[in-house]
Design a protein around this ligand. Sequence first.
Ligand code: GLP
Length: 242
Amino acid sequence: MEIIFVKDYDEMSLKTFEIIKETVQSKPQSTLSMTTGGTPQGLFEILVKKINEKEIDISQTTFLNLDEYIGPKNAPYSVYRYMHENFYDLINFKPKEIHLINGDSNNVDKEIIRYSEILRRNPRDIQILGLGTNGHIGANEPGTPFDSEIFLANHDDSTIKSTIKQYDLTESEAPTQMITLGFKEIIEATKVILMVSGTSKAKAVKDLVEGPISVKCPASFLQDKDNVILIVDQEASSLLSK
Ligand code: GLP
């Protein structure tokens, strides 16, 4: 794992954008798999601006996503809605293909097979990840075996609480499950970029970088992988001893 230390959230967003830009410039047909949440919001802002200003041409790219909540397509927390509101509805030039997981399917097993096939047809050049405060990646929560493959995951209580806070939901409105890429699919991408910012992630960063590789900290799976880049800001790296 390569670690890039940056000053703050804005620098983390810009650095990630630069890697995406280089990748798309050297391979215009790149497949980029995104994540959602507070972490990549700044990245999407930069992407929208640079795409609309024609600094980056995404017309031949394919966009995928890491995960999707089980619930209505237009629920305030859905990845579908997030991607549209923060990205797809704001860009004047569209990617060649967009594939989202359907979290509203009445047959989850079938949906998992459908998306696996999409992943197979579209080898990813980049997989963007965020980090849960408990070290989760996608919805691979603590305890998930490292050989997990795209599956229906149950959220930890701490993750449900984060979602409630982020989207201002009541407890009964909060989603409790997601279809998520497993460790197997996450690491298949040519480059895996883990973006981390803020003091709330500092403990998880310490466990991920300095702790043992253990299912207790799902992101520690990435520690010894050569295709992983961790982009971490000063606050999130504040507990690292080295
Ligand atoms: C959620 C998502 C993850 C995301 C993480 C961190 O549970 N399933 O994909 O990376 O939380 O979210 P945030 O970036 O808002 O801190």
